[in-house]
Write a new protein. Structure first.
Length: 180
């Protein structure tokens, strides 16, 4: 059965993949409402059915506020894509060995890549459409070797670490995860 996504939400709309997916969703005639979140305002022309907002995965209150905006639109969510990710920052290049590790960089990577997407699910899963199949996709990198990278998207969903387990369960069963 084809998916119908009338209300799509994309997080990380300012990134390379997130921006391309936002373009595709804008072109999709079934999408009547698109919420696009990024860490800072994106300078581009948005169509009238697109609503933009700011979200920083390192701050749960900003995730909760974004979910509040989406809930306020009064339309259940059919598609949620989390296209964020942090590999390195200007201050911290990808480490090549244990001597390059710093607790600060590791904590930030965990905050953005693991905890952030899990908190997105915490706040957004209650907004999902229960009347028809909704889809949640969380992009991640399989860190280890760049050539080993794999994006697991709409068909299964994947986050890193703890987020992975309940995201996968949610995606595969399409049933609410107890306690959410
Ligand atoms: N590109 C690939 O070939 C590839 C392959 C496999 C997997 N992936 C995975 O796909 C995802 C997206 O990749 P990409 O190539 O599109 O990366 P990208 O262009 O670097 O985009 C990453 C996005 O994450 C956002 N972000 C970073 N920290 C954030 C935070 N604290 N709160 C909210 N947003 C934050 C960035 O926002 P700012 O713009 O504000 O920095 C940016 O929009 C990543 O998880 C990546 O590991 C990519």
């Amino acid at each position: 059965m084809p998916h119908i996504w009338e209300h799509a939400v994309i997080i990380g709309a300012g990134g390379a993949i997130g921006g391309a997916l936002a373009d595709a969703l804008i072109e999709d005639k079934d999408v009547r409402m698109l919420h696009a979140f990024s860490r800072r305002a994106i300078s581009r022309a948005w169509p009238s059915h697109a609503i933009t907002g700011i979200m920083d995965l390192e701050h749960e209150d900003s995730i909760a506020a974004a979910a509040g905006t989406v809930a306020g639109a009064g339309r259940p969510v059919d598609l949620l894509i989390v296209a964020t990710g942090l590999l390195h920052t200007p201050a911290q290049m990808p480490e090549k060995g244990f001597r390059d590790l710093t607790p600060q960089a590791m904590a930030q990577a965990f905050a953005v890549n693991t905890i952030g997407p899990a908190l997105v699910l915490k706040h957004f899963l209650p907004l999902f459409n229960r009347q028809r199949q909704a889809v949640c996709a969380v992009l991640s990198a399989r860190v280890g070797s760049l050539s080993d990278n794999r994006a697991v998207a709409v068909s299964g969903g994947c986050c890193i670490g703890p987020a992975e387990r309940f995201a996968r369960r949610k995606h595969r069963t399409q049933r609410p995860v107890p306690g959410l």
